[in-house]
Design a protein around this ligand. Sequence first.
Ligand code: HPA
Ligand code: MG
Length: 222
Amino acid sequence: MSKDGIKIADDYTGYALSHFCVPRHYEDDLENVLIPWGLIQDRTERLARDIFLDIRDEPLTALCVLKGGYRFYTDLLDKLTTLNRFHASVSVQLHVDFIRLKSYENDDSTGDIRVIGGDNLSNLRGQNVLVVEDIIDTGRTMSRLLAILQKHEPKSVKVASLLVKRRPDSTGYRPDYCGFEVPDKFVVGYALDYNEYFRDLNHICVINDTGKAKYKIQQNSH
Ligand code: HPA
Ligand code: MG
């Protein structure tokens, strides 16, 4: 089985917004639809099947990296539970957990992260853990998270990321399961945000300059 996702070329222009339903409040803020919601579903279905057949009859702790991973996580788990309902011979018991990652403030040089929320990570000891993430960018965050998780001695750790971005400064990290490999553009929708906006958009879209300007964080002015 290939670890690579569906490759979306750098010059791919996606679909016109006018061909799909996009919330009125975002209509002016997007360049194109890069990955329609339906295609995300179809690809996620296959990832679920790959995961199901790899794990086979062992329990799995699915760890959602919030907030960006929440939609991919719920859809992936829906598809895994469907497989469990229909397979008489293979079954994967699922446990769910949710974490958020915070970077240490005022310490940008190290780029260290801290895990907040979720159950105590010591519960992961001896478990098969599947980390579910929205996007691998440079790969640095995921490598740091994996180092933190390994300290708790899980039986295994695998990573499913809906997207992997082709970045010139990538560390070369590749997830075990990848939905799509995308160009180095800022994408939003399907829970991926730009300053907390666009999570309420079904399709994965490329943000345009209007959108970036509109939802830019205003530097406070006192
Ligand atoms: N979109 C949203 N979040 C992200 C991205 C992106 O393109 N890259 C890294 N985090
Ligand atoms: Mg993320």
